[in-house]
Design a protein around this ligand. Structure first.
Ligand code: AMP
Ligand code: GLY
Length: 427
């Protein structure tokens, strides 16, 4: 089978690396890809939001499976685009329809969905410019800290958590009337603050049945001890030590099953990954957000722990036969450490030479995954904020982290930064 993966991050390199090992994979393409994907696949220069361009490439390269990495093309309706065209009726697509993707594309929609299917989540109300004053009054009835969420996609930056009422009211006004997050904040969800510890749960579904993939914990803040600005993710571990079997059973009964049943009942075409961001409050799980794709850097620790042939698992998913998949999970722990450009998540420079990649171990215990990189004249250059994710395995998450850090020590580029405290919060 010829396969095309859309995206250019660590998530896409990890998926490409795994699929390239599948006996059923004939030619593998990644668009636009990075320096890492070019070593296990053919990179295609494509604008992944230009569906006509993607369609042309799918015809030229006789692609049979399309895997959509990031959320933007899904929210823009890439699945519907191909479904509406007879000539692509045989194309297998991993990724939900536009209606499905709205679970990530609109916080208000996600909250309404959870409410109607009794999925535990923080209490909320949503407001628009017209109801700004009601929103300010509503804030008065809430306890601090105040959680304000832009309704639409805001690149992970649309959530504000504020301590003071006045500040929360001002920011609400900023979001609704001064377009603080552009059209993403035309509507704002105000919700109750959940005091707990976060984890990520991943589900693969054919829209009716599902399998639960390994869970993960992501380190979101730029600074050590979880300080400073939010990032896309500075590292991750899998499995999550504080999510024991009893808790995960609860997650399955109270969160995953009603979510998938809800999609089915609403007749939503959802074939692909559902990433559920959870808060563990005491012993109870609450949904913080849905994403309609895999997480990054969570993919770097979740996907390599799956021992099955990934292409086969995804094929069964697109054929509506996911119940035939018997998932085999590696008992080893995985950890990934993200190396980022100096200045990230603010402004940073690109084009720095990445050295030492040849000195890292490349075996079943270590995988050096590329995120924002590109190849030029046989050199690997930085090409984004998050540059390289070093994933390693071990009998415990501490061992996995040690091994990852040992390999990080070989790699260097000007301005390179990474968190040295991953896992310290868990011991
Ligand atoms: P989201 O984009 O909805 O995942 O929110 C971004 C981050 O804000 C989450 O990863 C949490 O750390 C935090 N957050 C979001 N909603 C809440 C909430 N209701 N209570 C506490 N923290 C939250
Ligand atoms: N690491 C968080 C995300 O992928 O949204």
């Amino acid at each position: 089978m010829n396969v095309l993966i859309l995206g250019s991050g660590g998530r896409e390199h990890t998926i490409a690396h795994q699929i390239s090992k599948s006996p059923g994979c004939n030619t593998l393409f990644v668009a636009p890809g990075n320096a890492g994907t070019s070593s296990c696949a053919t990179n295609l220069k494509l604008d992944i939001l230009n569906f006509e361009e993607v369609a042309k490439s799918i015809k030229t390269h006789e692609i049979q499976m399309l895997i959509v990495g990031p959320e933007a093309p899904l929210v823009e309706g890439i699945k519907d685009y191909f479904d509406e065209r007879e000539e692509f009726s045989d194309l297998k697509i991993v990724g939900p329809s536009k209606r499905g993707a709205l679970l990530e594309g609109s916080k208000e929609r996600a909250k309404e969905f959870m409410k109607s299917h009794q999925v535990p989540t923080a209490a909320y109300q949503s407001f628009s410019e017209k109801t700004l004053e009601a929103g300010k009054e509503f804030l008065k009835t809430m306890h601090p800290p105040y959680v304000l969420k832009a309704d639409g996609l805001a690149g992970g930056k649309g959530v504000l958590i504020l301590t003071h009422l006045k500040e929360a009211q001002d920011e609400l006004e900023n979001m609704l009337t001064n377009s603080k997050f552009g059209i993403a904040s035309e509507k704002v969800v105000i919700e109750e603050f959940l005091n707990g510890i976060e984890l990520s749960v991943f589900v693969l579904t054919d829209g009716k049945n599902y399998i639960t993939l390994p869970n993960a914990k992501d380190y979101k803040r730029i600074g050590e001890a979880d300080t400073g600005l939010n990032t896309g993710g500075m590292g991750a571990i899998s499995p999550v030590p504080f999510a024991d079997e009893a808790f995960m059973r609860k997650v399955d009964e109270k969160i995953i099953k009603p979510s998938i049943d809800g999609l089915y009942k609403e007749d939503i075409d959802f074939t692909g990954f559902l990433f559920i961001g959870l808060m563990k409050v005491g012993d109870e799980p609450f949904v913080v957000e849905y994403n309609v794709r895999m997480g990054d850097p969570e993919t770097e620790v979740v996907i390599p722990r799956i021992k099955n042939d990934l292409l086969d698992v995804l094929s069964k998913t697109t054929e509506g036969k996911i119940q035939e998949v018997q998932l085999e999970i590696d008992a080893q722990h995985a950890a990934t450490v993200m190396l980022v450009s100096g200045g990230y998540p603010g402004t940073y420079e690109k084009g720095k030479v990445v050295s030492g990649l040849d000195k890292t171990e490349e075996d079943e215990k270590v995988f050096v995954c590329h995120a924002g990189t590109k190849k030029e004249n046989d050199q690997v250059l930085t090409n984004g904020g998050r540059v390289i994710a070093v994933t390693a395995f071990g009998d415990t998450f501490q061992r996995a982290l040690e091994k990852a850090y040992e390999n990080v020590n070989h790699i260097n580029f000007k301005g390179m930064y990474y968190r040295k405290d991953l896992g310290k919060d868990l011991v």
